[in-house]
Design a protein around this ligand. Structure first.
Ligand code: FAD
Length: 387
């Protein structure tokens, strides 16, 4: 099946996304996520599930996450923040209150901050229980986490927190959350399919095309939602371009850090991207209805619940990537739909280092999934549908 036309609710076509991703975005992101700055993610892995007793079922040893020894991760990451306090926030003036802010202050970056993300559940400033994880050593792939435990998580997410509304019947704001989660779910399934344990006895890993088809390709909606989520996160990254370009990527290794800065610049100010798809998703079209503040609060609460459900994921590696990617989406929501989630569209953007690490790693995961579906989708469908 060939996907043509504009990605739903976005401002970019499928074919444009495929070629931009293959030629420009994917190669840059692949280099970016292996830099020392983007390789280490701070995460609270040991947490009690607030909803039901832990019955984590994980068949493979591969489920467990290998944490970083203290000497491994960058020295500057260990220091307490010398960043500016919340009192230093300066509101931009002269913008109509109700209008969605499409731009960000030109003096965008003012040091990394430690403030909680209003869209997620974790207390990100609580450093005591956090550990650093080297993402390169803990790839997201098949872990053997299946059965009732895994199913219960997805069920709790969909039925309680982001129901699927029929297209056209409700306002687009309500559909956004479902599409983001479904797109993330597709991406996770694509990664399981692209890095699967084919033979346990011989420890043979490879691609599982039947799984790719059964879980994702045979449902065009799931593919569409993957593209939607990719464009949504890409829009957040380009909207925060000034902030991201000015940010400090200091890990104590000047050569590597310059490379990181240069890759970020290549991504956020990319001429091909700006020419072919200048506004991947137009957030200004949302939140203009009368129920604006209430609706935003409701969606924020639902997303917080989804974030809390991540503590119930019974496989450590899945929990790591689940938390990272939910924080990444939470960061994209924060960038696109106001800073504090209230209604202060004109507040200056402030991001945590960990939020930026999550955002870029999420974008890379989505870019990999889009790439894999584009490369393998048609041939897999042909084989599976002939069976
Ligand atoms: P599931 O993928 O569990 O899907 C459950 C139901 O959700 C389906 O029956 C369908 O009705 C619906 N559904 C499926 N896909 C979509 C979609 N894209 N959009 C809308 N609805 C959909 N396993 C690993 O091997 N490695 C991992 O890294 C990993 N990470 C995970 C992270 C999280 C946060 C969670 C909750 C699970 C993770 N898992 C991981 C488990 C994996 O996602 C599956 O749950 C598991 O492989 C069982 O798959 P399943 O075929 O039962 O369907």
């Amino acid at each position: 099946r060939k996907y043509t036309g504009i990605v739903e609710d976005c401002a970019c076509g499928y074919e444009t996304v495929d070629s931009l991703n293959a030629e420009v975005l994917h190669p840059i992101l692949q280099d970016l996520v292996i830099t020392p700055f983007f390789r280490y993610f701070k995460v609270k892995l040991w947490c009690d599930c607030p909803f039901w007793p832990d019955d984590g079922m994980c068949r493979l040893r591969d489920c467990s996450v290998c944490e970083c020894p203290d000497y491994e991760f960058p020295e500057p990451f260990k220091k307490p923040f010398s960043g500016l306090s919340v009192d230093d926030l300066i509101c931009q003036e002269g913008k109509p209150k109700a209008a969605v802010d499409r731009t960000l202050d030109s003096r965008a970056f003012r040091g990394w901050v430690e403030i909680d993300n209003p869209w997620t559940q974790d207390d990100e400033t609580d450093n005591a229980e956090m550990t650093y994880v080297n993402l390169q050593l803990n790839p997201e792939r098949y872990t053997g986490y299946v059965g009732p435990s895994a199913r219960r998580i997805w069920e709790a997410i969909y039925t309680e927190n982001c129901p699927k509304y029929p297209a056209g019947e409700v306002c687009p704001e309500k559909r956004v959350l479902y599409k983001l989660i479904s797109g993330l779910h597709s991406s996770i399934s694509v990664h399981i399919a692209s890095d699967y344990l084919l033979d346990e006895e011989t420890d043979l890993w490879g691609q599982n095309f039947a799984l790719l088809y059964e879980r994702v390709l045979q449902y065009p909606d799931r593919v569409r939602n993957l593209y939607f989520t990719f464009l949504f996160v890409l829009r957040a990254v380009t909207k925060a371009s000034d902030y991201l370009e000015q940010a400090e990527y200091n890990t104590g290794n000047p050569e590597e850090d310059l490379k990181t800065q240069s890759l970020v610049r290549q991504l956020v100010y990319n001429p091909e991207l700006r020419a072919a798809c200048p506004v991947p998703f137009d957030e200004a079209k949302l939140w203009q209805g009368e129920s604006d503040p209430e609706l935003k609060h409701l969606i924020q609460k639902q997303f917080k619940n989804i974030s809390a459900v991540m503590d119930c994921v019974g496989c450590e590696k899945c929990r790591l990537w689940g938390k990272l990617q939910i924080l990444g989406i939470g960061t994209a929501l924060k960038i696109l739909f106001s800073v504090d989630g209230q209604n202060h569209m004109n507040q200056q953007l402030q991001l945590q280092r960990n939020e930026v690490i999550a955002l870029m790693n999420l974008l890379n995961r989505l870019s990999e999934s889009v790439h894999f579906v584009h490369e393998m989708g048609t041939s897999t469908e042909n084989i599976m549908e002939r069976r």
